[in-house]
Design a protein around this ligand. Structure first.
Ligand code: URA
Length: 433
């Protein structure tokens, strides 16, 4: 196998046999293909795409580069969710303990914020003491004890993906549907799960703004995961305005706790229940999505899912008292009110809010940056609401007055008040299975 030949063939739009691609990827892992050669290959794959046979070899090689969890057949079914990334998306924090309480096992490995979107690990780390760097042995113990565990990517799972992602990140090759699909699905398959639900966000606050493209990515990921024996469905969900009332790590934890207590904003509850219901149905624990959502809604309202989350926080080293006393979460020293610039119907641009939250310190400009868990936005009114000029719309939580002023300036660009209401749009756009 000559690496240059493989790169040239992909560059020219040819297809690689399974043996060739497998040999190329293995040679890379052994140090016999250089980083610059793999970078060139990734760019060729980005431009030319990968056909289904090539994609399945890539997937398999990523999975086989590391460990794969296995659970006993007679235990609770293991399930997980993946979101392609949104603004204010704190669904995982609610879904994992909720499904554990419903009798499922949720071995959840999550990521950090990416671009203008938030990440589950950053949110969890806003809870004082919460440790997301747990090795696989401890991960299993926590799962047995609590029914769910929430950690970051470990070196043991899919190490090839870690290396490829690092190259894609600096070579402009992240937004490629087949590369994204192999990256995401490989890690989920390696978790040893039986069922997976994908939340493919679509809209101006998502990485994918076009419904047809979102459909394509969802279809590719569903097909890949199903071929690996994981029962998988995808919901395409709207991401035009932030999900829920808060954007920013500690603020989002607070809102997730409220939702786990049976409260919280309607949109967040709806998306969480729809995704959770998919999994309950996939593993045969409910006859249909409606019944599943009703059962899960009752668990939220009864408070048991919150108790489960409190146990998880405790076992992962966090301060469990945050559930009853959210004041124990980190709080920002500066709070400024952003007021409605006019009277009418509110529209909120999710991407602009996400970018403003990164600038405020809730996300990262560079991978090595630390996030400030205290800062973010708390919306008192949501997109679609009727508002009056001068009323407080958003509280800006900031580290200092200068960053609060910049954030207010950015918000002015993200918020519109229109004389006419916009046509209502559903949150769940489509289901792909
Ligand atoms: N998240 C991943 O894990 N991989 C990708 O390629 C993109 C987003």
């Amino acid at each position: 196998m000559l690496p240059t030949r493989i790169i040239e063939r992909k560059r020219d739009g040819g297809r690689l046999s399974s043996d060739e691609l497998e040999a190329f990827l293995r040679a890379y892992l052994q140090g016999d293909v250089a980083e610059y050669q793999m970078s060139a290959f990734l760019m060729a794959a980005f431009i030319r795409g990968l056909d289904p046979a090539e994609l399945s070899v890539l997937l398999r090689e990523i999975i086989d580069s590391g460990a794969r969890l296995r659970f006993e057949d007679d235990g609770p079914p293991a399930v997980d969710k993946h979101s392609t990334g949104g603004v204010g998306d704190k669904v995982s924090l609610i879904l994992a303990p909720l499904l554990a309480e419903a009798g499922l096992r949720v071995p959840m490995m999550s990521g950090r914020g990416l671009g203008h979107t938030g990440g589950t690990l950053d949110k969890l780390e806003a809870i004082p003491g919460f440790d997301v760097s747990v090795d696989l042995a401890r991960f299993r113990v926590i799962l047995d004890e609590v029914g769910c565990a929430m950690i970051g990517q470990t070196k043991e799972i899919a190490p090839l993906d870690g290396r490829l992602y690092a190259l894609r990140d600096v070579t402009g090759t992240v937004p490629s549907p087949p590369l994204i699909a192999a990256s995401i699905v490989s890690k989920k398959v390696a978790e040893g799960i039986e069922a997976l639900v994908l939340d493919v966000k679509c809209g101006r606050g998502a990485f994918i703004t076009d419904l047809e493209q979102a459909r394509g990515l969802a279809r590719t990921m569903v097909d890949l995961a199903v071929a690996e024996g994981v029962r998988t469905s995808a919901l395409l969900t709207a991401m035009n305005a932030p999900l829920g009332r808060t954007v920013g790590n500690a603020l989002e934890v607070r809102e997730a706790i409220e939702t786990l207590r049976g409260g919280g904003p309607a949109d967040l509850r709806e998306v969480t229940l729809a995704l959770s219901a998919e999994l309950l149905v996939s593993v045969g624990r409910a006859p249909g999505a409606e019944e599943a959502a009703a059962e899960l809604g009752a668990i939220l309202d009864g408070g048991a899912a919150l108790e489960r989350f409190v146990r998880l926080i405790e076992v992962q080293g966090g301060d469990p008292k945050v559930a009853d006393d959210p004041g124990r979460l980190p709080t920002a020293p500066v709070r400024e009110s952003f007021r409605a610039p006019g009277s009418g119907w509110l529209d909120v641009h999710a991407r602009r809010v996400g970018v403003a939250s990164v600038e405020l310190g809730a996300g990262r400009r560079r991978v090595e940056d630390a996030v400030d868990p205290r800062v973010g936005f708390e919306f008192h009114r949501l997109a679609g609401d009727r508002v009056s000029e001068g009323e407080p719309l958003v509280t800006v939580h900031a580290a200092d007055t200068a960053s609060a002023a910049t954030a207010a300036h950015r918000l002015a660009n993200a918020i519109r008040v229109s004389p006419e209401p916009a046509a209502p749009q559903p949150l769940i756009l489509e289901r792909i299975a």
